[in-house]
Design a protein around this ligand. Structure first.
Ligand code: OGA
Ligand code: MN
Length: 282
């Protein structure tokens, strides 16, 4: 099988065919996939993969060490590396996964230090229509700001807090243990990608609470501007899922948004692994 990579939108993303992840891939094929992922600004769709949980986890490990999600009620028993995103009802009518995962623009785990490097979301079952995921290029967001504003942002840090997304976008409440495990952290507002050397804007509406050193009005106005700037339609790829898609995204240079329009339409059942980021150089 020969690996084939096709661009899927003018701004970011590619689709790979000719790789069968379930039967194991060579280092050379992995290198081809990894390179395509970097070159297409951090979104790669690998279609038609029938993956067991073990195969999904094993392939994900090629990107680095995997995180165990803090929201443990959606972590499947026996698979601490997985996080289930699902509107499938289980016993007692409780959802088997988080049906509201990512119903706002965000970057996975920006509330951790170091924040996540990559996420690999696998679709076991998808509705006939609806439940698309939007991806925005944060390279593009940064590159389209004026040199004057880039210069200011280059020197600033912002605070990120897990609890922010829950209080603003979710009907689930965090437990005391989850809140205690995720104190606010600070990251530069502009980060340099370790593999591509390109700069990205690194703030997101889900978890970014404020710009360090600014008063509340300044911080809110600038963040509001940056969020609307970054999410303009021309900076976005909209992924329409097919069952057995594996979508790999780079949390260091993208944001994503799960469109919540599938209730009553069909079952949406996905599993995610999250690859830990590299620790900052001391
Ligand atoms: C996630 C997430 C998006 C989706 O799992 O990190 O944001 O479309 N999900 O389900
Ligand atoms: Mn997410």
């Amino acid at each position: 099988m020969t690996l084939n990579i096709q661009q899927i939108s003018p701004v970011l993303g590619a689709i790979a065919t000719g790789a069968d992840l379930a039967s194991g891939i060579t280092d050379e094929t992995f290198e081809g996939l990894h390179q395509a992922w970097l070159e297409h600004d951090g979104v790669l769709v690998v279609r038609g993969q029938a993956l067991s949980h073990e195969q999904h986890i094993e392939f994900s490990r090629r990107f680095g060490d995997l995180d165990h999600h803090v929201v443990t009620q959606f972590v499947p028993e026996k698979y601490p590396e997985l996080y289930r995103v699902s509107n499938k009802p289980g016993e007692g009518g409780k959802y088997l996964g988080n049906p509201q995962a990512g119903n706002h623009w965000h970057t996975d785990n920006s509330y951790l230090d170091p924040p996540a490097k990559a996420s690999l979301l696998y679709a076991a079952e998808v509705p006939p229509v609806g439940g698309d995921t939007l991806f925005a290029s944060m390279y593009r967001a940064y590159e389209t700001l004026s040199p004057a504003l880039r210069k200011v942002l280059d020197r600033l840090e912002a605070e990120h807090h897990f609890e922010n997304a829950l209080s603003n976008f979710s009907t689930f409440k965090a437990t005391d243990r989850q809140i205690d495990a995720t104190p606010p952290v600070r990251h530069p507002m502009v980060t340099v990608h370790p593999d591509t050397g390109r700069k990205s804007l690194y703030v997101n509406p889900g978890f970014t609470t404020r710009i360090v050193g600014m008063n509340a009005d300044e911080s809110e106005a600038i963040l509001r501007f940056l969020f609307s700037h970054a999410t303009q339609p021309q900076f976005i790829y909209q992924h329409r899922w097919q069952a057995h898609d594996l979508v790999i995204w780079d949390n260091r240079c993208t944001m994503h948004y799960a469109v919540q329009n599938f209730y009553g339409v069909g079952t949406r059942d996905l599993y995610r692994t999250t690859v830990k980021g590299d620790a900052k150089a001391a």
